[in-house]
Write a protein that binds this ligand. Structure first.
Ligand code: GDP
Ligand code: MN
Length: 379
């Protein structure tokens, strides 16, 4: 679950990290009275995408009276007029620093990322330092890793600040805790001016289900109509721009097929995965969504690829044929399957291929051959 900036900052504040003074603005609201003394203002669209600064969704202004204009400019840029807006005091920044804790997906370990220059495009920064987080990661260890890129005194204080982050990430079950920029103010304190935080969904049960309502609302609004119906049918769908309606079972198979399609100049228009706590069989529901996707003019083919370990291949083929013959398919269909021993007791894979081919459906037992056939047909 990705947290909106305002929710991310609430989490940081709860752990004692300083964030700018601010408030969420509803419709026609004005700044709080105390804001008259703020040195300047930032109005920031609360959306889940990054790069807001570059896209005009973060606006700075000097007088409270300019709030209306800032609001108008931001709302003209986002497609949703109800986008929540965060009004903040403009912190006077002496230096922008980048600091993050994340899970290194390859090593499956926590790592700390620090760059001496925060702001936009930090990913390309040559000075991004990656520090593995071990149980014994102390401020001293972090200091040693970052000292060459900061003045000594700043490195020491930053090391103490950064050393607190892995513990917060662990306690809150975060996959990512990124502060960019972390502002070093003129008077030498650190203020988190932005927060990008992602909580691991599989740890959701450990946390209050009603926490972070704004983030939840934004995630819900960001879903397409088909993604919502897939969720209601019991599986997860992510729509992507592509030309092949792809139906798969687990995420691993989906990623393999997406790569194979990409190798042949094709792009999957859908990614499907199982949902935690969902019924364990959703093939019919997936096919239903695939039909809706395939009706779109940009989709050129439907690919159904499955791996069957213990359930009956014969039953699957019957269900598939029922779907195919129910009404004409909007685009050519390519079926691929691999079946284990237990699955093929009453029907072999060769028999299954034959049964489908009789109906004029292109059927395969090798996904590479399947994708080559799709590429050829589409061209
Ligand atoms: P992002 O583009 O979505 O990451 O949005 P940010 O919240 O990081 O805002 C974009 C940029 O605005 C930051 O990189 C900072 O340079 C600047 N910014 C944000 N908040 C403040 C602030 O309180 N004071 C100052 N001076 N700059 C800020
Ligand atoms: Mn940022």
């Amino acid at each position: 679950m990705r947290l909106a900036e305002c929710d991310g900052k609430a989490l940081l504040r709860r752990h004692g990290l300083a964030v700018p003074r601010g408030m969420l603005l509803g419709g026609g609201e004005n700044p709080p009275s105390g804001a008259a003394y703020w040195p300047g203002f930032f109005l920031k669209a609360q959306v889940l995408e990054g790069g807001r600064g570059k896209n005009g969704l973060v606006r700075r202004f000097d007088k409270a009276a300019d709030l209306r204009d800032a609001r108008r400019l931001i709302l003209a840029t986002v497609d949703d007029a109800d986008t929540p807006l965060l009004l903040e005091e403009a912190v006077s920044i002496a230096r922008e620093i980048y600091v993050a804790v994340r899970i290194d997906g390859v090593k499956q370990k926590v790592e700390l990322l620090i760059a001496p220059q925060g702001g936009e495009n930090v990913e390309q920064s040559a000075k991004l330092m990656r520090i593995p987080v071990e149980d014994a990661t102390t401020p001293d260890a972090i200091f040693a890793a970052i000292a060459k890129n900061f003045p000594r005194e700043l490195a020491a204080r930053l090391a103490r600040y950064a050393a607190r982050l892995p513990g917060i990430a662990r306690q809150e079950d975060l996959e990512l805790l990124e502060i960019n920029p972390l502002a070093l103010t003129e008077d030498g304190s650190f203020i988190a001016c932005d927060a990008k935080i992602i909580r691991d969904d599989s740890a959701g049960f450990r946390h209050d289900a009603d926490e972070f309502p704004i983030s939840r609302m934004l995630a819900e609004r960001a879903m397409t109509a088909l993604e919502r119906s897939a969720r209601d049918l019991g599986f997860q769908l992510v729509e992507t721009t592509g030309d092949v309606a792809l139906v798969t079972s687990g995420a691993g198979l989906a990623m393999m097929m997406m790569d194979l399609l990409a190798d042949h100049g094709l792009r999957a228009a859908s990614f499907m995965d199982n949902m935690h706590g969902a019924p364990d069989e959703t093939m019919t529901e997936r096919l239903k969504i695939a039909r809706a996707l395939a009706a779109r003019p940009n989709i050129k083919a439907i690919v159904f690829q499955t791996v069957i370990a213990s359930r009956s291949l014969a039953d699957r083929i019957d269900a598939l044929i029922a779907w195919i013959t129910a009404e004409p398919l909007p685009k050519p269909l390519f079926v691929g399957f691999a079946a284990g021993h237990a699955a093929t007791r009453t029907m072999s894979t060769d028999q299954a291929v034959e049964k489908l081919r009789v109906l004029g459906v292109a059927a395969f037992t090798d996904p590479v051959v399947l994708v080559k056939a799709v590429a050829q047909a589409v061209r």
